[in-house]
Design a protein around this ligand. Structure first.
Ligand SMILES: [Zn+2]
Length: 203
């Protein structure tokens, strides 16, 4: 599994969770992976939501505008509100009324279309996303967040045991504990191994 793509982490297996993971802790410090509008477009591209040509066009159209900056701020605020909600959700809480109302407002303001696309097994219905203004970039995030709460198995939505990243456990057994073996799993195993060694050598 490719975990890094163009400097972003994709360990969530769900767009809204990958979105939360754009502020990971790396080397003991919180890292903002969406510091500006162009990084936001790069993230959407890495996530497969927009194409590379579209990303370039949108950067040219909106990149330096105040609206793009405001949208980025709004998106980052939404991310932190969602983070709190997802943490409570993972702990077995209910979706707070305030968040439900907020998401409903955003869903109404940013409706998503659908389109048929040709696949090897026949036509498939998929979301159609064509941003006409910077604020439209909220659309896929809001829809994915709503789907997370409404459709994903909540017992499979988890925070990594070692860090701040969240993921949807899509493994067969459903026993995934870490964001990734590479980032956290190995670190933990190495620590446990050296602990055992110290104990057995009487140190
Ligand atoms: Zn982790």
């Amino acid at each position: 599994m490719e975990e890094w793509k163009d400097g972003f982490l994709f360990v969530g297996h769900q767009l809204a969770l990958d979105f939360l993971n754009t502020r990971p802790m790396l080397h003991g410090e919180a890292q903002e992976l969406l510091p500006d509008f162009s990084s936001l477009l790069r993230w959407f591209q890495a996530a497969g939501v927009i194409g590379s040509r579209e990303s370039i066009t949108l950067q040219k159209q909106w990149g330096d505008s105040a609206r793009a900056r405001r949208t980025l701020e709004e998106i980052r605020e939404l991310r932190e509100e969602l983070r709190k909600e997802v943490l409570a959700w993972e702990a077995g809480g209910k979706l707070h009324r305030g968040m439900m109302e907020k998401l409903n407002g955003l869903l109404a303001a940013h409706p998503i279309g659908t389109r048929l696309s040709e696949t090897s097994s026949g036509p498939r219905l998929e979301p159609s996303f064509e941003p006409g203004q910077p604020e439209d970039l909220l659309t896929p995030l809001v829809h994915s967040a709503a789907k997370l709460f409404a459709e994903c198995d909540r017992t499979r939505i988890r925070k990594c045991g070692q860090c701040v990243l969240h993921f949807l456990d899509t493994s067969k057994k459903g026993t995934r504990r870490w964001c990734s073996m590479q980032l956290c799993g190995n670190r933990l195993k190495v620590a446990a191994y050296s602990r055992r060694r110290k104990q057995s050598s009487g140190q």
